[in-house]
Design a protein around this ligand. Structure first.
Ligand code: GSH
Length: 237
């Protein structure tokens, strides 16, 4: 008879979807800091149930640290990770007020731009849901249901309204946001200056979430935006 004593300190996990922009914000910072985190893909049609362990937040990403503590909402998770594993160094780059203002800018403006570019026309909505049905974890039936029933819903109900409300073509909206963002860098390489800060990781996450889709090509002719994106990519590689 014997007992095996197991060290119970668990590995940190991130519950996420491959195509969720908020999850990409967190993933960028995890990769940059080279943290050892297990990624857990959830079923996109059962998000609430999959993350019910974290209370009634019901959304991804959910970060669980090695003490079993759950953290929700992407911007607070990014801050927690930086504070807890990196001495708050990324957040301390640059002026606090400017950072807070632009984190907010990303979470309102950038987050609103992803739906129009992915679902703004019936054709692009179809490409998006088909791609998502391949990338994400689904059940046998729900995969097909999502790919075929998801796109008219996303296009007809959600995206059309947003595109109309904004008035700009989805591509133009993205280009305007990238111009506004990179203009703010002045002559520096990043929003944070010579190194990225939390705002860089946030915007990078939103932009990167488009990268698995063919619509990413619409962003690729924005020169300063792409140059910055490639610099960020190098840092997380
Ligand atoms: N403000 C949240 C938004 C998270 C969010 O909306 N995630 C989506 C996936 S992209 C989700 O889980 N939606 C499920 C739901 O709202 O029921 C964040 O930044 O983390």
């Amino acid at each position: 008879m014997g007992y095996t004593f197991r060290h119970t300190m668990a590995k940190a996990t991130l519950h996420m979807l491959h195509t969720c922009p908020f999850c990409w914000k967190v993933r960028g910072i995890i990769e940059y800091l080279k943290l050892d985190v297990d990624y857990v893909s959830v079923n996109g049609l059962k998000i609430k149930k999959s993350v019910s362990f974290a209370g009634d937040w019901g959304k991804v990403p959910v970060f669980t640290d090695e003490n079993g503590q759950h953290h929700t909402d992407s911007t607070p998770i990014m801050k927690f990770i930086d504070n807890n594993y990196n001495g708050g160094k990324i957040l301390s780059v640059g002026e606090a007020d400017r950072t807070a203002q632009w984190l907010d800018w990303a979470d309102t403006k950038m987050s609103k731009a992803t739906v129009p570019i992915l679902y703004g026309t019936l054709g692009s909505a179809f490409k998006t849901t088909t791609r998502i049905s391949k990338l994400e974890k689904f059940g046998f039936i729900s995969k097909r249901l999502y790919a075929w029933a998801g796109f008219p819903i996303m296009w007809g109900i959600i995206a059309k309204k947003r595109v109309k409300k904004d008035g700009r073509k989805p591509k133009q909206l993205w280009h305007d946001l990238l111009t506004e963002f990179t203009d703010e860098h002045g002559n520096e390489e990043f929003f944070g200056g010579s190194e990225p800060n939390l705002v860089d990781f946030s915007v990078f996450g939103y932009m990167r979430s488009i990268s698995p889709f063919p619509q990413f090509s619409l962003l690729q002719d924005h020169n300063s935006g792409m140059a910055w994106y490639r610099r960020m990519e190098k840092l997380v590689a």
